[in-house]
Design a binder for this molecule. Structure first.
Ligand SMILES: C[S@@+](CC[C@H](N)C(=O)[O-])C[C@H]1O[C@@H](n2cnc3c(N)ncnc32)[C@H](O)[C@@H]1O
Length: 319
């Protein structure tokens, strides 16, 4: 739901007393859809905002059910690791269509959960589903986690399921998120391990590329595997002011749909697949899609189309 319910101790997400409704519950407490407009050209993360608040957001909204199912076993581990308590005020970074925010809200029965994301379309989906599920302690806001003015110390736990790998300046972003936590507050992230440990990426890319050389893997900068190296990510979080940084290894398959036809629709909309196809002429792209179709069919199991995957659950604390 988008309108702020009357939730005790809910954080003022806009960090702006002027956003409070006179005499009523705090308008920004659980997300004010009009408070932020991330993604203006020249702003931090403008390219990411263009992608997520554009085609990637539309694709993930259209396939929200598959993407929620994609990482279900990983998510079960993540949900347990978040350890949300009944009174916790939870901030969910890059919440997308909001499954992890709703999970947090259900655990925080006497607290609240605020999901923020760059994508208006995914947030709209998140609000609708939350409302249908009758959740009254959850809110969503379009905002950039790297620069948004969160209420200082306004949250007990910050969580993110695959939403924290895309910052232009990760030290600045995690520093900003740290300021939103109360002293002693916890950070719990789920991120992909390095690409070479994730067959869902390597196998799909190799199928699309065929005999052609794959572009070199991205180094630094925002991309799905940017937090995959514990040494690098530990350094980022420490530089951002966090302590007690820990990594738990999760090895579970990911799911791309009940059959190869659905999986093809899902996988061809991924940014990395689109980028590879965009560099081919029409005939080569058709051949690439044939190879991809065959690869997806080869990964069909009784439980759907599955690929091996490895993630980290990263935990840290604001001192
Ligand atoms: C791979 S999706 C994950 C979405 C969701 N957490 C899930 O698990 O389904 C990454 C999400 O991070 C969001 N995101 C990327 N950069 C962001 C930023 N700077 N601030 C807020 N959200 C961001 C994107 O809009 C996108 O919804």
């Amino acid at each position: 739901m988008s309108d702020a319910p009357d939730v005790p101790d809910a954080p003022d997400a806009a960090g702006d007393p002027a956003s409070r409704a006179p005499g009523g519950p705090r308008a920004g407490a659980l997300g004010d859809p009009a408070a932020d407009r991330p993604g203006d050209p020249g702003c931090p993360n403008a390219a990411q905002a263009a992608e997520w608040d554009g085609p990637a957001g539309a694709h993930r909204t259209r396939h929200a059910a598959v993407f929620d199912a994609e990482t279900r076993p990983h998510n079960e581990r993540f949900r347990a690791a978040t350890g949300v308590g009944r009174g916790d005020r939870v901030l969910d970074i890059g919440c997308g269509t909001g499954q992890s925010t709703r999970d947090a809200a259900r655990a925080a029965v006497a607290g609240s959960a605020l999901g923020i994301d760059l994508s208006a379309q995914m947030l709209e989906h998140a609000r609708r589903v939350s409302s249908e599920e009758g959740l009254t302690n959850v809110g969503f806001q379009q905002a950039d986690a790297q620069v948004h003015r969160f209420p200082a110390g306004g949250f007990d736990v910050a969580i993110s399921r695959f939403g924290s790998m895309f910052f232009d300046d990760p030290v600045a972003a995690f520093g900003n998120i740290g300021q939103a936590l109360r002293p002693g507050g916890r950070l719990v992230l789920m991120v992909w391990q390095a690409r070479e440990h994730n067959a869902w990426s390597t196998t799909i890319r190799e199928a699309v590329a065929g005999d052609a050389d794959l572009p070199p893997p991205p180094g630094t900068g925002p991309h799905p595997f940017s937090l995959g190296d514990p040494a690098v990510t530990g350094g980022i979080l420490t530089a951002a002011g966090f302590t007690e940084v820990g990594f738990a290894d999760v090895r579970e398959p990911v799911y791309y749909g009940p059959d190869a036809a659905v999986a093809l629709d899902v996988v061809r909309g991924l940014r990395s697949t689109k980028d590879l196809l965009a560099g081919m002429d029409a005939a080569a792209a058709e051949n690439a899609l044939d190879r991809l179709r065959a690869t997806l069919a080869a990964h069909q199991t009784g439980a759907g189309v599955l690929f091996d995957a490895r993630t980290w659950i990263i935990t840290a604390r604001r001192p």
